[in-house]
Structures are given as C-alpha cells and as structure tokens.
Design a protein around this ligand. Structure first.
Ligand SMILES: [Zn+2]
Length: 393
C-alpha cells in the first residue's frame, strides 16, 4: 500500500529544515533571499516585503535566474507551508542548493503574527496585456515591469539618438520620460529622427516627441523641458531623474553633464555618432570611470564635429539609440552586465563591434573626489565650459 499524501508530506518535512516566521523576519533584514513559490494571483494579493517571486510550477526553469549561487541561504514560503516544503526538497535534493529552508505556516502564519505584507501596485488587465512579453521573462516579470513603470529617465535631445531611445523606452513602459530639447523639427531631421514626421516640421521637438509617445503608450508621462541644458538649470532638472540618456553633440554640455551627474550620483548612458561610426558607454559614478577619466580635456574643435554640420548615415542613430535604450532597461531592472568601464565601438561599414576597457583615473579632476566635495563654490557654479572648450585648440 502506498503512503497517503499526508504521510509523504510528513516524510518530506522530516528531511528539510523548517524555520519560524520570526526567524525569517530576522533573516530578511539580514539580506537573506526569501522566495515566494505561490502562483501569480496569490503573489499579487500581497507578499513578504523584499521577497522574490518564483512560482513552484516553474521553479526548475526560473530558480537559476533568481539565485545563481547555490551556496546562498534561501527561505521558501507559500500559503501554509506545504508547497514550500515540496519545493525545498526539490531545490536541495534535485537542484543542488545547499542551504534551503521552508517557512512554517506560510504567509498565513506570518500575517497572524502581525508582520508586514507588501501589496504590489495594481496593474490593470490592459497593462498585463500590453507588457505580457516582458512579464513572461523571468528577468523582468510583474515586478520588473513595475520597476520600469516607476522609473524616471531623462533624455538629452529628441534628435537622432533620442528618437529611437524614447520610442522604445516608451513602448517598454518606462513611466516617466523627461525630454530636454530647445529645437524645432526640421525637414533635414527626418532622415533619422523617427519620433517626428513631415506634418510636424516647425513644431518644437519636445512637443512632437510627446505627441508620438502619447499615441504609442498612455502609461508614459512625458515631461517637456524646452530649453538648452546649461550651468544655470542643470541642477534644477537632474535631481528628478534616476538615469540620464546622453545623445549630446557638443562637448561643453557633455563636461557639464558629467560633473553634475557625478555630484548627484546619477548614471549616464552615453552615445556618440559620426558618419558610419558609433560609440557607447555607461558612466556610473564611483562604480566606473566618468567621462573626464576618459577625456580629461576636450578635443580641438576641428576633431569634435557635431552631426548638425556633418553627415551621418540615417540608420546609425537607430542602432546606437537602441543599444542605449537596452542599457537603460538593464540599469532599471538591475540585470545583465552594463557597459560600465567599457567603451563599445561600432563600425557600420565593416559591420564590426570592438570594445575597450576603460578605467577610472585616480587623478580625475572630478570623480577622484567625494560628491559633496564637488561644490558650486569650488567650481564657481561650474566653470565656463564654453570658454574652457573654445580655449582647447
Ligand atoms: Zn572621473
């Protein structure tokens, strides 16, 4: 006679470690990985704060994405402690995780003890539909999509690079997109600036971009900054954002942006294009080099042309802009290997990509110092960058 379900469960529980909710609470505040193995609807109704959702039905395929290191201590929980007991056994006996335990009594007992429960923000049926291909990815999921919706990204320029970046970030559901641009749409822009169109020639670019984004995704709030970024306004605008996307084509503003973002510890996803060549890097203050570690002084003006006066193949800002958008999404979701400390160079004619490592300069005039040491006073409310760059050649 085969043992009853209750008997099997008893046997399993005798082979695994079970921990009391009070112990789980201590481990959570100590940074332990706590995994909710219930189904999506149960998770959506409320879960332990800081827990990760990996439903038991897809534990085998998703656990590696959630916890790559098998030696990390993990606590599993479900509604009452039974499903998590089964899951604990398979993680430790079949999948080789070394320190797995199951929370006694599940979230029911946790709540009975009066411990806090976090209810994920409500995502409408329309949103679940719209972002379903994201939600299906273990690296994104409902939680990642919520991070995208909560994210605030500032785009410098609604031009060649800014157009594709803004379109894809908006499509992905990045909830707040600030756009800085003081220009109007010109017919010569339309060969590459795909967020605008022929009917909008003469319209401010921020307005045109906002109209295209509104038609694409009503979840996105576009903040229009119709101005030129300068020393007088940069410290008012930047603190509202988590990430800056830099498609600037002039050096003075690049240096100004660098110094301000290092000071505010805001990462910058930066790209540059010319002709058939593109460059891309991520400058995350104090984790990798800053722009000045790479280029301590601006190049001579004749070597620093902008796309306004020079040619660029129309598809190139598309390629580089989407690489920027990809890095932005990785930073928001905290996944993959961002291009921090790496400079990627794309040669469209050769169809080749090369990468060089870039290091922090211990003598960097900006990031060798603590952010609070980069003061207005010391820099004289930022140096005169225009003169600084003009004097370089
Ligand atoms: Zn630096």
């Amino acid at each position: 006679m085969s043992p009853s379900g209750a008997e099997v469960l008893r046997q399993i529980k005798s082979r695994i470690e079970e921990v009391d909710p009070s112990e789980v609470r201590d481990r959570l505040s100590g940074g332990a990985v706590v995994i909710d193995v219930r189904e999506a609807e149960e998770w959506a109704a409320g879960h332990l704060p800081g827990a990760v959702h990996v439903p038991r039905s897809s534990l085998e395929t998703r656990i590696e994405g959630a916890v790559g290191d098998r030696s990390v201590p993990i606590v599993l929980y479900c509604a009452s402690g039974n499903r998590s007991a089964w899951a604990t056994r398979s993680l430790s006996e079949d999948l080789g995780y070394e320190h797995v335990s199951s929370m006694t009594g599940g979230i029911t007992l946790w709540k009975d003890r009066g411990y806090p429960v976090e209810v994920p923000k409500f995502m409408s049926a329309e949103q679940r539909d719209r972002y379903s291909r994201h939600i299906l990815l273990p690296e994104v999921g409902l939680e990642g999509q919520q991070k995208l919706l909560d994210a605030r990204v500032l785009l410098l320029g609604a031009g060649g690079l800014g157009s594709p970046t803004a379109l894809y970030l908006a499509a992905a559901g990045v909830g707040t997109l600030g756009i800085v641009d003081d220009d109007v749409v010109d017919v010569s822009n339309l060969q590459r600036q795909v967020i605008h169109n022929t009917e909008r020639v003469g319209v401010p670019k921020v307005e045109s971009a906002a109209a295209t984004i509104a038609a694409l995704n009503p979840d996105v709030n576009v903040v229009q900054h119709r101005l030129r970024l300068g020393p007088d306004n940069i410290m008012d605008i930047l603190p509202d954002y988590d990430i800056v996307v830099d498609g600037l084509d002039n050096f003075p503003t690049r240096y100004l942006l660098n110094d301000a973002t290092v000071r505010l510890r805001i990462p910058v996803v930066s790209a540059a294009i010319l002709g058939f060549d593109g460059q891309l890097s991520v400058f995350k203050p104090y984790e990798g080099p800053c722009y000045r570690c790479l280029f301590p002084v601006p190049p001579p003006a004749e070597l620093a042309p902008s796309c306004g006066a020079n040619g660029v193949i129309g598809v190139l800002p598309g390629t580089m802009g989407l690489l920027q958008a990809t890095e932005v999404i990785k930073l928001i979701l905290d996944i993959g290997n961002p291009l921090i400390g790496r400079l990627l160079m794309y040669d469209a004619l050769a169809a080749s990509v090369t990468e060089v490592k870039v290091r922090r300069d211990p003598a960097c005039p900006i990031c060798s110092r603590a952010p609070e040491e980069i003061t207005d006073d010391e820099l004289g409310v930022f140096p005169d960058y225009e003169a600084f760059c003009a004097g370089a050649h």
